[in-house]
Ligand binder design. Structure first.
Ligand SMILES: [Zn+2]
Length: 380
């Protein structure tokens, strides 16, 4: 695994694209509804033992739409999709698809046309999460088929009547069934809306990527909806504030041998004010933690890679943070935005909180805030 570390660079322009798109599809590949897809398997798939899981993913999407087919190829040059089994430093991260343009730069498919997809599933999480949970074959097939669904341009299913049966339901949805590994009729209808007819949204997409510097990726990750769940998967709960601006933190990216992006995160130095839960004996005044998101240098362009709308913690702001220790002994912030809560937010009333922070679910966040405010009332 190649590892690149960058630090001390500054984004030249502010973030241009932050709106939330509610449709359950992104854009079709190539901007022209070309669903004839060549898929290349990296050697990591056979060496980690995932060939049958990826074969399932390919076959379960094949034949669902007359305009969409996936065929395996032994040649990875050109605009073929690439599938990998990798490892990630993020605890509970199972899979991720990244869309690239012709220049090899990741793009947000809600706004830009894209040329190929790179699917990753993460063996150290699927087979060894939480000290040894080994997902069943059905669950691994759920992950590979779900990510290949993203590779076709499908977004997460949000329609409440569909989430319990859709293969494309986000992992953080409490209705997600991780044993589903074939598309539902709704998923197939979404595929049809992408590839099945004229007048596609792709004609309005911008092919110029020169001013896009943030790409938000949907991932499959382990999420917790209640304080007891969150606490039980945390090794440390602290009040802390970052000592550096995001741009000045260590930005880590790992790449497969082919140059495709595998993993990315920042190392965030925290000033610890108080330990609320966990063993404080080894915790010094400052603690470096893994945090989601990173600025990645793709040569032609630097791109801020964001996971699931995660908002990185801000320098000088005091937070209650839920930290998990990974097998290497490194702490990390878990549960995306529902693992970071500012003291101001905890101390304000529920009605003031709402709308202030991006969250996957307002009710889940409100409940967590109420539980945190009650549980730690003597500590704040
Ligand atoms: Zn997903």
């Amino acid at each position: 695994m190649k590892k690149r570390t960058t630090a001390l660079f500054v984004l030249s322009t502010s973030l241009l694209f932050s709106s939330v798109v509610s449709a359950n599809t992104h854009s079709p590949r190539g901007g022209n509804a070309n669903g004839k897809i060549q898929a290349w398997y990296d050697s990591s798939i056979s060496s980690y033992g995932y060939t049958s899981h990826f074969d399932h993913a390919v076959s379960t999407w094949n034949g669902r739409n007359a305009n969409v087919s996936i065929s395996k190829t032994l040649n990875n040059s050109g605009q073929v999709d690439r599938y990998y089994v990798g490892t990630t430093s993020e605890e509970g991260l199972y899979g991720r698809n990244i869309w690239y343009n012709d220049l090899g730069i990741p793009v947000d498919p809600d706004w830009f046309s894209w040329s190929r997809s790179v699917v990753s599933v993460f063996d150290n999480q699927l087979r060894n999460f939480n000290g040894g949970v080994n997902f069943t074959s059905a669950r691994i097939k759920h992950t590979t088929a779900h990510e290949v669904g993203h590779s076709l341009g499908l977004a997460h299913t949000t329609a409440s009547a569909q989430v319990s049966t859709s293969l494309m339901t986000a992992g953080d949805n409490s209705s997600v069934n991780r044993d589903i590994n074939t598309p539902s009729s709704y998923d197939i209808s979404e595929l049809r809306s992408l590839y099945g007819g004229p007048g596609l949204m792709a004609s309005s997409l911008n092919a110029d990527t020169s001013n896009q510097n943030e790409v938000d990726i949907e991932t499959q990750y382990e999420s917790y909806d209640t304080l007891s769940e969150l606490s039980s998967f945390s090794d440390l709960v602290v009040i802390a504030s970052p000592t550096d601006d995001f741009e000045n933190r260590k930005h880590i990216a790992t790449f497969y041998d082919t140059g495709d992006l595998q993993d990315y995160y920042t190392l965030n130095n925290l000033s610890i004010k108080k330990v609320l839960e966990g063993d404080s004996s080894n915790i010094v005044e400052n603690l470096e933690v893994i945090e989601s998101n990173a600025i990645v240098d793709f040569g032609l362009q630097k791109v801020k890679m964001v996971n699931d709308g995660y908002q990185e913690t801000q320098k000088g702001t005091e937070y209650i943070l839920f930290l998990r220790k990974d097998p290497q002994g490194q702490y990390q912030i878990i549960n995306r935005n529902e693992g970071t809560f500012t003291l101001d937010e905890v101390n304000s009333t529920a009605t003031n909180r709402r709308g202030t922070f991006i969250t996957r679910d307002n009710d889940i966040r409100d409940n967590l805030l109420n539980e945190i405010a009650t549980t730690y009332s003597n500590e704040l």
